[in-house]
Design a protein around this ligand. Structure first.
Ligand SMILES: [Zn+2]
Length: 708
């Protein structure tokens, strides 16, 4: 999807407002602070806009209708240009303006869809987003508009920098949509794209709807915590417990804890057959459609088509990258499996016991508990919500040279919503705004994510639109007797998500196509993955984390060390599993064609079994793996971005102040966040690193010691 509708996953948190002022952290500034912030922005020739949110289904529909009508009118204007009239401004820049207008609406509606307290408004937003997205695909096929763009290209303009990149990529988009092909083939691409997109929606719906309940006796569930078993809906009879293979935390509870192998096996087999009947035939069709589209456009495979616009550039590079990691991880993976096997031998008394795919979670969990003595829950007392937020804000303000200040939100979609201004600490220049919607409620998005609301862009009148975004999170709500206490995972998540907010807010790219987090899909997670390291650093944690009952008590070093050791202890399995998904995704998107579509299931099972642990022979994991259609030859990006993240982290690690280093932070702000995608991302990464990229830091981090 080229429009930025980035609910970049994961999320973040809030602020240590105006250090040095008398205000308590988190307390809003004076009532006119926001107005003053906007006035100040005007002095910097920029604009800070407070978003207006639709609050009824009628308003949502009216907005989307107006957006489409305005968009069509603007496209008509371009389409009517005579060849002698075309300029950069009235073609390419205008197209960026049009895309910006519709993506701003679709981002805002995306946030409303996930956060509105009114179900009818949420549903209206879902419909409106679909309508807008269909319209947006159709705009690619406006021959009159394309003719104007081609007429401009024919003038052979001498462009450079960001303008040149906009020119090249706009033409590339038209080519990738099939506009350069003879009419019949072009129409075919358009038809295939539309059919494929409808099938993708069906595939995802089948994943969402798939359900399977398994019934167990108490004895069969030996080892599974009573807290879980006694929950409403799970204990369904005197000696009957109903768990669902399609609910992730049910699945993990059983796989992590059930002592009996047969129980774990039944659960895994149930999950590995979800949506099978509907989705395997559908996936075959989707893959064939994608393959046909790629061939019509002149690519060897869909994976080559999809990766052309990403960092890896082609399927072979992505496959090599994963294959090399797979090889490098072999010794560690083997050693981990042998350790699990020895545990199973001790458990079962069978000297020939082997580790099956339904065993690894259980033994990984046992290993954590017995060898590393890790009880992640005991760390929560060190992470009261407000302390974590204040601490993280203090760090990000310091390293990125910023000042965050809480202001009163003129409109709140939920009572405890908070709004903050972000300015440059040195000059006071207003950079943008972020909202915090931090606790769960009925009907709300149930993960952690950063949502863009208004992206940065140079407006036609020459002023710069400063960005607005929101963190949407689900931290444990405070209790009468204790504050909201975060898990270590959630602390890591906050550091990650707030990183996306920085990426959005600190942008200075001229065109919306390149601003904020609109960077290649296989890079966008890297900066935030880098910032996850902060949550594992004792010095960082000691700057804010402390027992809420006695703030003098810091996290004991040995607990943190054990946590790190236990993470490393199963890194081989973790990554081989990730690689199995990535390689399966690339295999399907390079090897499945119309002539062998029925190989889809056998091929996916073969790759999974080769790279990770063998899957049951009669199973169909891929049918329930939503990422296969969603990312389309993009799953490799997780490991790819992880490698860049580890490399980037070394810049801080080798700086005098480590993760608190201002010089490294400002370089990050200027070379990565501010630039966005306005220049080749490879250049930006190397400018930040100050050297060519290296895979070494990543290999070291995941326990690969042998040179590759
Ligand atoms: Zn993310």
């Amino acid at each position: 999807m080229s429009l930025k509708f980035t609910a970049v996953w994961l999320l973040l948190a809030l602020l240590a407002a105006g250090c040095g002022t008398a205000k308590k952290a988190g307390e809003p500034a004076s009532p006119d602070a926001l107005a003053k912030f906007q006035e100040l922005a005007a002095k910097y020739n920029s604009v800070v806009t407070i978003p207006t949110f639709e609050t009824t289904p009628e308003e949502v529909q009216a907005t989307v209708n107006k957006t489409i009508a305005d968009g069509n009118a603007a496209l008509d204007t371009i389409g009517k240009l005579k060849p002698a009239e075309v300029t950069f401004e009235n073609t390419l820049r205008k197209l960026d303006d049009i895309a910006y207008a519709s993506s701003t609406v679709s981002e805002r509606l995306g946030l409303i869809e996930q956060t509105s307290t009114n179900a009818a408004v949420r549903d209206a937003a879902t419909e409106a987003i679909k309508k807008l997205s269909d319209w947006s695909v159709g705009t690619d096929y406006r021959d009159d508009v394309y003719a104007a763009v081609k007429a401009y290209a024919a003038t052979q303009p001498a462009l450079k920098g960001e303008d040149k990149k906009l020119f090249d990529e706009t033409l590339r988009d038209y080519r990738r949509a099939g506009l350069n092909l003879p009419k019949d083939q072009r129409d075919k691409v358009e038809q295939l794209r539309k059919e494929e997109s409808a099938m993708e929606t069906d595939f995802q719906n089948n994943v969402t709807k798939a359900e399977k309940t398994l019934k167990f006796t108490k004895a069969e569930l030996e080892g599974v915590p009573d807290d879980f078993l006694n929950q409403q809906g799970i204990k369904t009879g005197d000696d009957e417990y109903s768990v669902k293979a399609n609910i992730t935390f049910h699945y993990i509870m059983i796989e992590d804890n059930a002592k009996r192998e047969e129980t774990r096996k039944r659960m895994l087999e149930a999950q590995y057959n979800l949506a099978r009947a509907e989705n395997i035939p559908l996936l075959q069709k989707i893959l064939v459609h994608r393959d046909d589209i790629a061939h019509l456009l002149g690519y060897a495979s869909y994976a080559d088509y999809a990766t052309e616009v990403r960092m890896v550039k082609n399927a072979a590079t992505a496959i090599n990258f994963l294959e090399n990691l797979k090889k490098g991880l072999q010794p560690k993976f083997d050693a981990e499996m042998e350790e699990f096997r020895q545990m199973k031998v001790a458990d079962t008394g069978d000297p020939n016991a082997k580790i099956n795919i339904w065993d690894w979670r259980y033994y990984a969990n046992q290993l954590k508990k017995t060898k590393y003595n890790v009880d992640a829950e005991q760390l929560r007392v060190y992470f009261p919500y407000q302390r974590v937020l204040n601490g993280m804000f203090a760090i990000y303000q310091r390293i990125f040279g910023l000042k965050f200040e809480r202001v009163e939100a003129p409109y709140k979609w939920i009572g405890d919503l908070q709004l903050y201004t972000v300015s440059d600490a040195k000059t006071g220049e207003p950079m943008g705004l972020f909202y915090l919607d931090m606790f769960p409620r009925e009907g709300k998005y149930n993960h952690f994510a950063q949502f863009g609301i208004i992206e940065g862009k140079l407006l036609p009148d020459g002023r710069y639109q400063r960005p607005v975004c929101s963190l949407v999170c689900n931290f444990p709500p405070p209790q009468p007797d204790k504050p909201s206490l975060l898990s270590h995972d959630e602390v890591e998540t906050v550091f990650h998500e707030f990183g996306h907010a920085m990426h959005t807010i600190l942008t200075r790219a001229k065109y919306s196509r390149f601003s904020g987090t609109s960077v290649p899909q296989d890079f966008v997670e890297a900066p935030s993955q880098m910032l996850e390291n902060w949550a594992w650093d004792k010095t960082v944690l000691d700057s804010f984390a402390a027992d809420y009952r006695d703030p003098n008590k810091k996290i004991p070093k040995d607990i943190l060390d054990q946590l790190k050791a236990s993470r490393l202890a199963t890194m081989g399995m973790y990554y081989r599993r990730q690689l199995s998904f990535g390689l399966m995704d690339l295999a399907l998107h390079t090897q499945i064609h119309e002539t062998n579509a029925d190989e889809t299931l056998p091929l996916s099972n073969k790759v999974l079994s080769d790279v990770s642990l063998p899957v049951p022979s009669d199973s169909a994991f891929v049918a329930y793996f939503g990422h296969i259609t969603e990312y389309g030859a993009g799953y490799y990006g997780y490991a790819w971005a992880d490698a860049i993240a580890a490399d980037m982290a070394t810049v801080f690690e080798n700086s005098p102040d480590g993760y608190f280093d201002k010089t490294a932070g400002m370089r990050m702000r200027n070379e990565i966040y501010a630039v966005g995608d306005s220049r080749d991302i490879n250049v930006s990464i190397e400018k930040f690193l100050g050297r060519p990229r290296s895979l070494e830091p990543f290999l070291k981090k995941i326990g690969v010691t042998q040179p590759q």
